[in-house]
Design a protein around this ligand. Sequence first.
Ligand SMILES: Nc1ncnc2c1ncn2[C@@H]1O[C@H](COP(=O)(O)OP(=O)(O)OP(=O)(O)O)[C@@H](O)[C@H]1O
Ligand SMILES: O=C(O)C1=C[C@@H](O)[C@@H](O)[C@H](O)C1
Ligand SMILES: [Mg+2]
Length: 172
Amino acid sequence: MRKIILLGYMGCGKSTIAAALSKSIEIPFVDLDKKIEEKTNLSINAIFEKHGEIYFRKLEHEIFVELLHSSEALIIGLGGGTPCYANNHELLKGEGVVSIYLKASIETLFHRLAVNKSKRPLIADKSEGEMKEFIAIHLFERSFYYNQAHYKVVVDDKTIQQTVVDIMDLLA
Ligand SMILES: Nc1ncnc2c1ncn2[C@@H]1O[C@H](COP(=O)(O)OP(=O)(O)OP(=O)(O)O)[C@@H](O)[C@H]1O
Ligand SMILES: O=C(O)C1=C[C@@H](O)[C@@H](O)[C@H](O)C1
Ligand SMILES: [Mg+2]
């Protein structure tokens, strides 16, 4: 069954938009980060702390593949780094998959992440000054992978509902 995949940098709105899209098109939504937390009974922060990032990336890949193989139609909200590890970016173009990159500017990401970074281990210990530069470089490095998606939706200055409508237009 069809899988609709939302991807993009931390804070671009994958979890928020996927939940709203799920209500509008009545397809269940699974958040990959949440699924990893449920399966391990650990927060993302705790997985990074206890086992390290490589362990997290392996788990992330395995659970992503598991979700892709499930028999039901699903909206899958990826983690910010998911497309950039293992062969995950190739899976964005698999059969029965529609992948959508939620593209946010450095400014948008910075404003959203500045108020909400503690649950994001890659930026949790960065000062505001460090964060802007980190986001700029990291986003540049990751863009190749994000751009593998079938579609790109710019999310800057849009309400959640506007972005949902943009996605529904693509899916129609
Ligand atoms: N128009 C908007 N669209 C989406 N999210 C928005 C919007 N305006 C504000 N936000 C806020 O941006 C924040 C980041 O959104 P969210 O947690 O969904 O991002 P994410 O891409 O899932 O991040 P992560 O990769 O870290 O899980 C949330 O606090 C959300 O409420
Ligand atoms: O951008 C990333 O690499 C990450 C984003 C989050 O969604 C989590 O998957 C984790 O914090 C790593
Ligand atoms: Mg999320």
